[in-house]
Write a protein that binds this ligand. Sequence first.
Ligand code: CA
Length: 225
Amino acid sequence: MRLLVVEDDRDLNRQVVSALEEAGYAVDKAFDGEEGAFLGETEPYDCIILDMGLPKADGVSVLSGWRRAQVKTPVIILTARDRWSDKVNGFDAGADDYVTKPFHMEELLARVRALLRRTAGHATSQISAGPVVLDTRSGRVFVDGSPVKLTSHEYRLLSYLMHHTGRVVSRAELTEHLYDQDFDRDSNTIEVFVGRLRKKLAVDLIQTVRGLGYLIDAGAGGKQP
Ligand code: CA
């Protein structure tokens, strides 16, 4: 999953970005409204964290701009505690959730997880497919109840595929959603990661759809069609 953080407070921006990276997400960052607006409109993020008070363009106008441009990415707004009107204006502009400053990083992480799984149509923080269970809360993976140790890249890849069971995901899409802007992207690496992941999981879960991409069958899991 790839996220964008738009926050002009450099310290806070850095804290949020590193907490999200530690949680296993690929993260891009912007420090003002214009830069944020541009990235949000041109890059395919899975979730955006947007501060309301920003230089160059405020959060509400950035968000309204995205929604006008049909950007449907879920957005969590960051609002000041004494500005209830920020929340109202933010929701009206198309926000999906909010966190009031100052906040505990754990709360923001939990809201990101909830939003990602709701967007993908999952009701709980555990997503399963056949014998494989992905616990998005702890970031752990189990096969037949036994934990499997994955690298952060392997986890990201599996997490993205399991959030999108029943749909063929192309290599290009994976590349766009698994790496941040600065990463040297090469879609061949996806193939390598899929190979390693299959080996570690040791179950027939990830199918290759020739010429199109990869698929985890919805019927393989607890998610009903
Ligand atoms: Ca601010």
